[in-house]
Design a protein around this ligand. Structure first.
Ligand code: SF4
Length: 330
């Protein structure tokens, strides 16, 4: 497992040509796979990826190779942000259809469209507007403020794992019962049986109990593009199987399992070029990692130079004004 250590910091300081100590040590901005209590830190996506292909999991979460943004991911994140704004309000007044559609402008995530023609991005944007319009018409008759949107959870599973994530929406009804809702922004609608068998929803149900002290009465996937919500009662979920799936994944992650499992998802795997299950495409992924590293080192060097300029300027002016130096060095 590639966790940065003191040697990593020293190498970085050497790269940018500064002595350590001026501005603290470098820390990663994302948590390592094993948390401070020795638990494997997972999410539904991590469990799902590991179960599909442990090698892809390793490249993505252990080696931390860059992954490419995509129009579909950016579209999904934009719709999620707009829907969060639609429900995350202080007053129970429903925003108008135009307000919801208009909120897509601020919510729009352009990162996945950098490599596609502008016209294609516009098509996605207009499609997003239509999706939100339909959503508004569908939910308007029953709109009410939820208990939470983007409800962040850290769910311990025994002492072996912690599953983190956020639930798109948690509704609460007149009887105080909770209802967990997850938005899906692809075109495929899943059957009732598939929704009942969703590992993601089972994890979210356990997370709801962890957050609010009660399992939800129902869980649902809201297929916002198709305009269909598929809801199932909690009794149809196998929560123990979900717990076991998390524990099995944690045990295998700990054991360093990383075998490639070729399948249909290889078609959109960012790491196919270096995967031993495939050959002949060249190490493009490593090339991207090197490019990102070079850019980061350059920007770090720029930041350090700027910081040095400011430090020197502030010290000069403080000396002129007779301001005593800050003992914290801040
Ligand atoms: S190319 Fe296929 S087998 Fe290889 S890491 Fe990606 S998903 Fe796994």
């Amino acid at each position: 497992m590639a966790e940065p250590d003191a040697d990593d910091d020293e190498r970085l300081f050497a790269v940018v040509g500064v002595a350590e100590g001026t501005f603290g040590r470098f820390e990663p901005d994302t948590p390592p796979l094993i948390d401070g209590r020795g638990r494997v830190r997972l999410s539904f996506s991590r469990v799902d990826m590991f179960r599909t292909c442990p090698r892809r999991f390793r490249y993505t979460y252990v080696d931390r190779l860059p992954t490419l943004p995509s129009p579909a991911l950016s579209f999904g994140s934009s719709i999620h942000t707009a829907l969060e704004a639609f429900y995350d309000r202080k007053l129970p007044t429903m925003p108008s259809e135009e307000e919801l559609v208009g909120s897509l402008y601020d919510a729009w995530d352009p990162t996945g469209f950098a490599e596609v023609p502008r016209t294609e991005q516009l098509e996605y944007y207009r499609h997003g507007q239509q999706v939100l319009r339909r959503f508004h018409r569908r939910v308007a008759p029953t709109y009410r403020l939820p208990a939470a949107t983007e409800a962040w959870f850290e769910l311990p599973v025994d002492h072996e794992a912690v599953v983190v994530g956020s639930i798109d929406r948690v509704d609460v009804d007149d009887d105080g019962r909770f209802h967990v809702v997850d938005y899906k922004t692809n075109r495929r609608v899943r059957s009732r049986a598939q929704v009942a068998g969703s590992l993601q929803l089972a994890i979210y149900a356990l997370a709801c109990r962890h957050l609010y002290g009660a399992l939800p009465a129902t869980v649902s996937l809201d297929f916002v593009v198709a305009g269909v919500e598929v809801r199932v009662p909690i009794e149809e979920l196998d929560l123990e199987a979900a717990r076991q799936a998390v524990l099995d994944t944690a045990a295998q992650v700990r054991a360093g399992v990383d075998r490639p499992v070729p399948g249909p998802r290889c078609g959109w795997c960012d790491h196919r070029a270096i995967c031993p299950a495939w050959q002949g495409e060249g190490p493009e992924v490593l090339g991207r990692a090197h490019t990102e590293l070079t850019a980061l080192r350059r920007s770090l060097a720029r930041d350090v130079r700027r910081m040095r300029e400011l430090e020197a300027g502030v010290a000069r002016i403080e000396a002129e004004l007779g301001v005593p130096p800050d003992p914290t060095g801040a």
